[in-house]
Design a protein around this ligand. Structure first.
Ligand code: PGA
Length: 240
């Protein structure tokens, strides 16, 4: 069955997460939830398997406003997202930062969801494979994921995030092949390839047909419990 990772980003108020958790509780084994940091403990205590949307570059104590790997681990969260395009763009996170975050996650036995994906300009120029490969190289040339840490690669074209646009299933499949080839050539073992970017309860059935994609990273639709439940049911009813 395909894996569902729900990246709730920053849009949920406390009353929203209370409702969300109550309404989706019976589906809580169907997905991994990445709530906003302040709600992590609340969700974990209610039995949801959770991850943090971000991680500090080290476990150093004097980092006002940061959440360290040690802290994420200590509350029982199991995953972290690294390399999301919103952080690459807004916080200007580059290779060195990403590598530090990988190391902190690995040191704290946190499973990693590493996001990669091209801009609209690069998509239009036909540079997708090249961009995706360079984003893989920028971390895997420098860091080795070891131990029991699970590694997922999420292909998220920037132009598809929050826009309602998605690549064709063939395009997603082609990028997945590029990722698989790179990993094979470099002897890197992963636990799955995810697609992210405007996945919702209306297009999930089509996207489920992509054979070399193992799951989805879902943003906007994961802020809505009805859409989340619909997605879970469609995944559960699918033979893919
Ligand atoms: P979206 O976001 O589903 O709202 O497009 C996906 C993501 O940014 O992870």
């Amino acid at each position: 069955m395909k894996v569902l990772m729900l990246n709730q980003k920053s849009g949920m108020l406390f009353e929203d997460i209370e409702t969300y958790v109550t309404k989706t509780k019976t589906y809580q084994n169907n997905f991994i939830l990445f709530p906003t940091d302040v709600y992590l403990n609340y969700c974990i205590e209610r039995g949801f398997i959770c991850g943090a949307q971000n991680i500090a570059q080290s476990d150093e104590k004097n980092q006002t406003g940061e959440l360290t790997g040690k802290q994420i681990n200590s509350i029982g969260a199991k995953y972290v997202i690294i390399g999301h395009s919103e952080r690459r763009n807004n916080q200007k996170e580059g290779s060195d930062v990403l590598v530090n975050k990988f190391e902190t996650a690995i040191n704290n036995s946190l499973n990693i969801v590493y996001c990669i994906g091209e801009s609209l300009v690069d998509y239009k120029l036909g540079n997708t494979s090249q961009i995706v490969s360079s984003q893989l190289k920028e971390v895997f040339n420098k860091v080795k994921v070891t131990g029991d840490v699970k590694l997922y690669i999420a292909y998220e074209p920037i132009w598809a995030i929050g826009t309602g646009l998605t690549p064709t299933t063939q395009e997603i499949s082609n990028v997945s092949s590029v990722i698989i080839d790179y990993l094979k050539d470099n002897h890197i073992k992963i636990d799955g390839i995810l697609y992210g970017g405007s996945v919702n309860n209306e297009n999930i059935e089509t996207l489920l047909n992509i054979e070399n994609v193992d799951g989805f990273l879902i943003g906007g639709a994961s802020n809505n419990y009805l859409k989340t439940i619909d997605i879970c049911e469609k995944v559960n009813n699918s033979t893919k």
